[in-house]
Write a protein of this length. Structure first.
Length: 182
């Protein structure tokens, strides 16, 4: 158990096929290690297949709750793992942007890594925020009105963002801290 205890919390992990495996599994384990309950939410029913480096198929993961059955009231926080295919697919998934926006409206912690901040644009919550992402998403975020900075982890209000798998240690630590103090 780390510095913070988030026992009794439920954390939604919104992702689908093509999620970068380590960006799902490392924060998932961090939530469990801190006493929280991670829940896989996806527009894809049954299971999803993760990727390694956007190229190689990795493990499959069972979906706990279909996106259409999920609501912000069921969760204490939201994690948006990256992976180019996952992040791009999520932008088009029915109800995904609304689900993400609901966490901002409820002022609950949201954490997005790598390409996942794309959905923050579609959810209409990027404008005026200071954040980071994978470098290829930076211009999209700036065009949406965000202030993009190149740092391993950026916290702005209820939003935590990171750039890539290399930032996972800092990302996971900040994620748990934000849930604990929310």
């Amino acid at each position: 158990m780390g510095k913070f205890d988030i026992s009794g919390t439920r954390v939604a992990f919104l992702c689908t096929n093509g999620v970068e495996q380590v960006e799902l599994t490392r924060p998932w384990e961090a939530v469990k290690d801190a006493g929280g309950t991670p829940v896989l939410v996806s527009p894809q029913e049954g299971s999803i297949t993760a990727m390694e480096n956007d190229w190689d198929h990795a493990d499959s993961f069972d979906v706990d709750v279909a996106l259409g059955q999920a609501s912000v009231e069921q969760f204490d926080a939201l994690v948006l793992p990256g992976g180019t295919v996952n992040a791009d697919t999520m932008r088009l998934a029915q109800g995904a942007a609304e689900f993400v926006r609901a966490f901002f409206e409820a002022e609950k912690p949201v954490a997005a890594i790598c390409h996942a901040p794309w959905i923050l644009i579609d959810a209409g919550v990027a404008k005026g925020r200071t954040m980071t992402s994978y470098k290829s998403v930076a211009l999209d975020l700036r065009n949406a009105g965000a202030v993009w900075i190149d740092e391993e982890v950026v916290a702005d209000g209820n939003l935590t963002t990171s750039r890539s798998p290399g930032d996972l240690e800092a990302f996971c630590a900040k994620l748990i801290e934000r849930i604990a103090v929310a």
